[in-house]
Structure formats: C-alpha cells, structure tokens
Design a protein around this ligand. Structure first.
Ligand SMILES: [Zn+2]
Length: 185
C-alpha cells in the first residue's frame, strides 16, 4: 500500500491516512509497522523510527486531533479544545535532530520526535490566516489539503488520487448520455 503525500503539509497527510471518513472509513495505519512506514515515507521526518503500542496510540490520537482542527478551519468553526490540547502537547516534545553532510540532510530521532515535528507543522499551517485549506472536491474523498495554486483554483487533493478519476467518470457519463441505446459500459 502506497501512502499519498499530496496535501501540502505532513499534518494534513497524516490526517488523510483515514480515507473516506464520512462514508466507508479506511484506515491505512492499521498497525504500528504501518506508522513506521508512513514516517519513513514522509519528507522531513526521520527515516527509521520504531513504534511501540503507546506511541502508536499517541500517533492515532494526534492524527484524529489534527483532522478535527483542520476540519474546524475549513468550516470556519472555533477549534475543538480537547484537540488543541492534544496537538499542543505533541508539539511541545523534542523534535528530530538535523545534520548536514556532503550527502545532504540527515534527520534522526524517535517516533515521539517525529510526531512532535508533524504537530508543529500542523500548528504552523492551522495558525496561518493566509493558508487556504480545502476539502477535496471528489465526492467521498475527505482529504483536506493546502491550496497553494495561483488564485486558489485547485479542486482536487491530487490529480492521480482524485482529479483524473472524476474526469474519467464524467467522460464515461457523457458517452453514456450521447449513446443511450448502447449497452457498452
Ligand atoms: Zn481527493
């Protein structure tokens, strides 16, 4: 299973590891090893972390809190107090160590440090009044993303993930409408 990093912020990408939240929620982080793979795949986080049961549970709580706060932001409602407390507590922890060498940047730290970094990135985007947070326009996709496009015209969380699927479905619908007798699917 490949994770998608199309939200423009790791906190939003973490929140989106539950897909189709309103219809048929699918959790991509079913086990601690899924979380380890997610952290390794996410830019700006340490490549190798180990998740035990406690930090795994903490990560899922942080994820749900980040989603709720992002949704509050999209809806223009006040931030949920309990979720603020969870995200702020996570952000207060130590962050990954950063090291420069000829081979580039190396980040190291444990899962707690990785989660702290995700929480801080989430706070940065949620606190930014200029950040345009949107929910994906494909029905059923509940991913919230940061729209950095000129004029904020972006409609989908990602073209591969949703935009092309919607366009292909619209194309099939037009073809069916143009040939109502056809039995071709
Ligand atoms: Zn989408």
């Amino acid at each position: 299973m490949e994770f998608a990093f199309v939200s423009g912020n790791p906190a939003l990408d973490l929140a989106a590891t539950v897909e189709a939240r309103r219809d048929e929620p699918a959790d991509l982080l079913g086990t601690p090893s899924d979380l380890e793979r997610w952290v390794a795949a996410c830019d700006g986080l340490p490549d190798e972390v180990t998740a035990d049961t406690a930090t795994f549970e903490a990560a899922l709580a942080l994820r749900e809190a980040l989603y709720r706060l992002a949704l509050d932001r999209v809806l223009g409602t006040p931030f949920d107090r309990d979720c603020l407390a969870i995200v702020n507590a996570a952000a207060a922890g130590p962050v990954p160590a950063m090291e420069l060498s000829d081979t580039g940047l190396r980040l190291s730290g444990d899962l707690r440090a990785a989660l702290s970094q995700v929480a801080r990135r989430g706070i940065a985007v949620l606190a930014d009044p200029g950040a345009r947070l949107k929910e994906c326009g494909r029905a059923g996709c509940t991913r919230i993303y940061l729209d950095r496009s000129r004029g904020a015209r972006r409609t989908w969380c990602g073209m591969d993930e949703c935009g092309n699927r919607v366009k292909a479905a619209a194309y099939r619908a037009r073809r069916r409408a143009a040939a109502p007798q056809s039995t071709v699917e």
